[in-house]
Design a protein around this ligand. Structure first.
Ligand SMILES: *Cc1c(COP(=O)(O)O)cnc(C)c1O
Length: 474
């Protein structure tokens, strides 16, 4: 038996071409314009290897496999691999999930004017580090610092790559080789790998935990102070809430204690809710702390993300007292974490819009502030469009959207969604087909349907959505 099968599998393997022969097949040659020649060779080799392993493992008489080999089915695998290559990487998608700051989908999309300024900075020379009056070397984020300080009402500000970097910079510049005091209730983990104790270790400061998970008082910080103390830290518990008997030291208390002992104080706010002048307040965010309030409390420096609630490009913003910001600026880490000109252009443009009272126009703010009646109308219109696509069962349902990216985790915003059920595909299969479709669509599976939330749709997305569903039913 074994011998016969060995012979069968050897025979089957001989039905597979060499890589060079395979590359001459018309099905493969048709793929050539779509990928680099070396890559095509690699994908052909990988497909043939996989089929060779299948042939080798054949234990029956191999009739079915022989037919598939004679039809050169391996060419389909090469075509699929080429298609996967083309799909890979960063692509525009439609976010119909209702999660406004969707981490997986890149958090905040920026305002059109901001995007234009970013594109212009990218494709041209600019006044990045030059003083126009003197022609001398200048500071790349001097103007940005002024704009941030003006909006937030603080003495000085700088920005780095993201808020994680901002936290590392502050810890390193203010407490390297010394102790940082933090409440046990604020030993957070953000987005998988950003864990406060590890971040402190990386920044070279020793964690001094005080208080308990649910209750920490200012007296606990005071009792922990000693000759090694350098920094009083407060971290916003962005992505979770402790309920019940809860007590925490306020930023005002930490700022005052720091001044009493000559220690720095730093508050990592994470989400960065900024209620901008002239724009509607982000009242729907409940108890999410506000940046200006935190600064006014007297803490030395605060940090938050650019691409969370602020609605700007990815950045970490540090703001506060001029003397403290100057210490951060001197750190060698600041040079390693500095922003590129494209992000600086985007941040300057965003802060200008906020200062001009146009904060409500920033896409993420507009999404958070969207009126329920408008969302209901949008859902009805989208539903009407989708009813024209064969094979779908459509209805309009009440649902909720979320701010996302760990901001205000227990806030659910009322919305109206379109529920789609497909004649042939279950909700998970439908969601997968849409993710892989063109344009890719991300939506939420709930019970036996797929929910499309109009809150997170950008201009033109409704047409993109309809196109995605139409191409699905072809
Ligand atoms: C999100 C967050 C961070 C990390 O910010 P990134 O911009 O993702 O780097 C740090 N601290 C807190 C409290 C956060 O919420």
């Amino acid at each position: 038996m074994r011998e016969r099968n060995g012979a069968a599998s050897g025979e089957l393997m001989r039905l597979l071409p060499s890589v060079d022969e395979a590359l001459q097949r018309p099905e493969v040659r048709a793929l050539a314009p779509r990928v680099a020649p070396e890559l095509l060779t690699e994908l052909v080799r990988a497909a043939l290897d996989a089929w060779r392993r299948t042939a080798k493992a054949e234990r029956g008489d191999g009739a079915t496999l022989r037919e598939r080999l004679e039809r050169a089915e391996w060419t389909r695998d090469v075509a699929a691999a080429v298609a996967r290559e083309e799909r890979a990487g960063l692509r525009r998608v439609v976010n119909a999930s209702g999660v406004v700051l969707h981490t997986g989908l890149g958090r905040a999309p920026v305002h059109e004017e901001v995007a234009r300024r970013m594109a212009e900075a990218a494709r041209s020379y600019g006044t990045l580090e030059i003083e126009r009056e003197s022609g001398e070397r200048g500071q790349r984020d001097a103007r940005l610092g002024v704009l941030i300080s003006r909006l937030l009402g603080c003495e000085a500000a700088i920005a780095v790559n993201n808020n994680a970097a901002a936290v590392v910079l502050a810890l390193s510049a203010l407490a390297r080789g010394k102790e940082t005091v933090l409440s046990r209730g604020e030993l957070v983990e953000i987005g998988g790998s950003f864990r406060m104790p590890d971040v402190m270790a990386a920044a070279g400061t020793t964690l001094r935990e005080v208080g308990t998970t649910n209750r920490t008082r200012i007296g606990d910080y005071r009792a922990a102070l000693g000759p090694a103390s350098a920094l009083l830290l407060k971290v916003h518990t962005s992505n979770y809430r402790v309920r019940g008997f809860v007590e925490e030291a306020t930023p005002a208390e930490l700022g005052a204690l720091g001044r009493e002992f000559g220690l720095a104080s730093f508050y990592d706010l994470g989400s960065g809710r900024v209620d901008a002048p002239g724009a509607p307040e982000l009242a729907m965010l409940g108890d999410e702390p506000d940046v200006r309030g935190a600064l006014a409390s007297g803490v030395d420096v605060i940090s938050f993300s650019g691409d969370k609630l602020l609605g700007a490009p990815q950045a970490g913003i540090l703001a506060g007292r001029a003397a403290t910001i100057a210490r951060l600026r001197k750190s060698p880490l600041y040079r390693a974490m500095r922003l590129d000109k494209v992000t600086i252009a985007g941040l300057e443009a965003t802060f200008e819009l906020l200062l001009a009272g146009r904060g409500g126009e920033l896409p993420t703010r507009a999404m958070l502030l969207a009126a329920p009646e408008r969302l209901a109308r949008d859902a009805e219109r989208l539903a009407a469009g989708l009813r024209g696509v064969p094979g779908l069962a459509i209805d309009v349902v009440a649902s909720t959207s979320q701010p996302g990216s760990g901001s205000a985790p227990d806030v659910f915003l009322p919305t109206t969604a379109v529920r789609v059920r497909h004649a042939a595909l279950g909700p998970n299969a439908l969601a997968a087909a849409l993710r892989l479709g063109e344009p890719p669509v991300f939506a939420r599976v709930q019970d036996d349907g797929l929910l499309l939330d109009p809150r997170t749709l950008l201009p033109g997305d409704e047409e993109r959505l309809l196109a995605a569903f139409r191409s699905l039913s072809r």
